[in-house]
Design a binder for this molecule. Sequence first.
Ligand code: ADP
Ligand code: MG
Length: 278
Amino acid sequence: MSEKNLVFRGKSKDVFQITEGPHKDKYKLVFTDRATGYMEDGKPVFDPGYDSVVGEIPGKGAIACRFATYFFKLLQEKGIPSHYIDTISENEMVVEPAEPLSMPVASPDFTGSAPLENLEFTWRNNATGSFWRRYPFVKPCKNLNTLVEAWTKGDVDILITFEALEETGAMRREEINHTIELVKNMAGIVSQEFASKDLHVIDGKFELGRLKYGDGKIVIIDEISPDVLRVCNGYSPDENGDCTVNKDCAVTNYSNGKRTIKNKKQVPAADFTDIFLS
Ligand SMILES: Nc1ncnc2c1ncn2[C@@H]1O[C@H](COP(=O)(O)OP(=O)(O)O)[C@@H](O)[C@H]1O
Ligand SMILES: [Mg+2]
């Protein structure tokens, strides 16, 4: 496909407008092998937690595409609409064009003004990661009943309240309520699928957008990525859903005013993708 139909080049995916054939006017998402990370002694260290592309991992795009296809089809089976239409090669997906949840700058004359580029939504079954660091009074791995949070996506992701989204006009109250419900629903489906393989999803992240055609419905877009699912094994909930093995699993630290938390029973993305793709 020629570069001229390129709509957008992301860190790991390219988006093209389809100009002919049965999928005319839809978008093609190409999952590339580009990978983010950081440089150490002149060599790339791949880490999905970082935001700059430092090289390529052969086969990465195809794995991401198969994983996302698996979960978009699962949502489809459960009657949840998404941008997903079809997978047409090992690393290419046809999707419904959508507008990210965004806002232009209101007063460009003011230095430092910036648009809202798009929104991502985290959902949390249990307290860990940045959630625990923000709310360290909470027991690690406490049940959070699939709590949903909104983040603005940019150089650094910033937590934004639902009240602020409504007040700034970025989303209407009905859209916010629908979005929270939808994210919880999809999170439940993804978590259940992992549970059927004896794995527990601690938390995850989805990107949502408004479909360009039709009624502008808000649906999940982009991908369902193994890189943003925190998965563990050995989850053992008490009657409140709080994990009881947290003393063996969660390791916290506090030094120089900085908190960290990690989960020893976390399963690397490469291990659980194998389970779904084999
Ligand atoms: N259905 C869609 N319509 C329009 N844009 C989309 C759709 N699905 C995904 N995108 C956009 O395509 C880009 C995918 O590329 P990616 O490498 O994930 O980008 P990023 O660097 O922003 O993470 C994202 O910016 C995402 O917002
Ligand atoms: Mg992305």
